[in-house]
Design a protein around this ligand. Sequence first.
Ligand SMILES: C[S@@+](CC[C@H](N)C(=O)[O-])C[C@H]1O[C@@H](n2cnc3c(N)ncnc32)[C@H](O)[C@@H]1O
Length: 464
Amino acid sequence: MNEGNLNYFGPRISTPKPRTFELTGKKEREGLTPEEEGELRGLFAHPDNPEAASLLQKEYLASQGIGQMSDEERERLRIIRMEKYRRERRVEPSENAPSKLDEKKQAEASAAELHMLYIQAKIAALKGHWDGLPKEVIDRMIQAIPDDVTVYTKETLHSMPKDEPSEIELYFLSKIQNLPDFRKDDKPEGALRIMESIRCLRDKIRTKKFLAGLTEALNNIGSSEKSEIEMCDAGTGAIPILAIYAALSSEKVRCTAIELNPNSAAIAEKVVEAFGLQDRIKILRTDAIKFEPEKQIDLLISETMHSGLTAEPMVQILSNLNKYLKEDGVALPSAVRIKAALVPLNDWTSPKGFVKIYGNLHHVVSPNWEEVVHYEPGDNLEEIAFNVPVEGAPKGSYFVLVTSEVDIGSQRINSYQSLITMPQFLRDAKSDPMIFDIKDSDSRHSISVTYKPGEMLDGVSRLD
Ligand SMILES: C[S@@+](CC[C@H](N)C(=O)[O-])C[C@H]1O[C@@H](n2cnc3c(N)ncnc32)[C@H](O)[C@@H]1O
């Protein structure tokens, strides 16, 4: 199965390593030798790559003036990091980067092919279950989604479900003649790949709450005298679920659905036609940050965000389009609150549990979250800047986590319920998790964090 596409989001982990628990415990109790400290840093940064972990240990020791690292070893670590970075961020290689690209592309193409076959088989098996009016079918699937995620303990990790296509995703894909070719899934800068946008429908609580918030807004707007509801769905994806669900919910809806990735937009058009909604939903292949609508908007919606308002351009999109919102118009999401917390390393390695969101496993910890940013559509948020206080924190090693809560009208997506709210930790410029060591005599007051909405949390912090 192709599990790779969205791995760059958040602190994805493999199953926790016993050695990590052991070293973190020892660090807490009696402290670590430099060798062990280096080993621990290696395990955090590269849990699945023993070679990289050991090179990182060497790098740490060399930085402490203990031992040496040869030029070959430094080069090898650079290459591994570059590959990891590229794999996680899907960036194209720079000129002097090593080229294992063909191999990687081939592996991705085979994974994509398998994925397509799997989806086809699933659709064939489920087709008979979807009789009835589309709105009723979708509502049935939405009702079946639980209101909260399952939290697994270490003991129950083995019983976790695999990363499965969601039934909603399969239902929409079953409507079009040919499946998109996920083997040729390129994208323009800033957009998501076809498969990445489709995978959002595996983020089930996100989808459920967005549709419930959308229904609420449509009911409020629809109860007025308006004969038409002018809607804009900015970042509609290959499966334009928000636009289609709105149009199926109210005859008054006329939607402009904008998508930056032309390949996704082409599929979205086919899906809209399959539902017979082409006269009411117009798919536009353009950049929602620059788009100037002809008509004023009653209902503006955009799900182009990641937790901490990183990685995706929702703030810029809403800053542009909110200008065209009618005075009594509604913009969704209605609010995003960013929260941050200092998390002892030990809590991270002895988490309260784990959640899995489409294939990625995430630790659940319960730090004291501090709200650091309250954002609403139209706010001029050019920069996200906040301090995480360290004063008074017992000596020890810490991560800084950043998370979001998202409101869609009265619907709230909490941390851990969705990939768009999942806590992420600050990383250094090389994209390895940052560990902050706080000492007894520490006179430093806070960790300052500054980034632009849509950026990643890499190299954005300073211990003051
Ligand atoms: C997270 S997906 C959401 C898809 C769908 N609306 C949903 O809720 O399932 C966001 C989509 O927005 C698109 N996108 C990102 N930046 C954009 C921009 N500047 N203009 C238009 N679309 C954009 C991405 O390519 C992606 O398909």
